[in-house]
Design a protein around this ligand. Sequence first.
Ligand code: BT5
Length: 271
Amino acid sequence: MVGLLTLESKLCESLIRQRLKTCWIGKTLKVVDECVSTNDIARIMAEDGAPHGLVVIAESQTAGRGRLGRPWFSPKGGIWLSILTRPPKWFHFLDSLPLVGALAIAKPLAEQWNIDAKVRWPNDVVVGRRKIGGVLVEAKARGNELDFAILGLGINANVETSKIGAISRTATSVLSILGKEVKREDLIPAILFEMERNFESLGGSADVDLEGLLTNLDGSRGSRVKVRTSGAELEGVVDSYEGLSRIRILTWDGITPVETNAVLSVDYQVD
Ligand code: BT5
């Protein structure tokens, strides 16, 4: 889609496997050169019986997508991956997954790469006002039951976002911030490790204090936003979170809670 020159070498699948410290995420791993969207490959594999924890990674996507079909630019050098999850216990937390996924990206970037990465409701990872990553959650139902959920994570690792016209002023990358390439074979296992712990903590079998982590890594509170849901348009200031799937917005009429799954668009306003 976007032909950018990059010095980045190809992803080394065996190095990723070696460095993975997870119990179930990525035990089945598929790395492809190019695809339409890793979420699509994960869905097809899921329908074919792929196991819980499958990870699909692509060097580039020809039509990566964001929420509500928005385009997600995915040239070579980035990290574009999808994780398949099946256990029903996590389906109760589907609405929390965009933020929980964003936390799994922001934490290693902040702690291990010293990047001032923050999570911005509902599904962004930002540095300052610029987006460095995003999360897309898609689920498949069978009758009344959810069959599986796919968590798509996109991170501008070694991507020259300044050369992608549509996002040159709103996006950034690890490459731009550090001034050098990041070894994706280090960053991918670090993110998957955090993601596994976050999943386990949602289900009560690990002890990451997700709400505490969100407080530390939050970049939304105090920001002016315009939020559109199917029923309303709100303008105000992000006040606080209620759990991991609801935000409270302070408007002229007082505090209005908004569910993540009801959101059609969020515009963060520049002061
Ligand atoms: C997201 O949507 O932020 C979710 C992004 C998820 C991407 C991953 S990559 C692996 C998996 N496979 C996929 O096909 N998708 C997932 P949203 O909040 O709707 O943001 C979309 C908006 O971000 C666009 O309308 C652009 O303005 C902007 N954008 C597009 N590409 C970007 C990029 N590479 N970096 C920063 N911003 C981008």
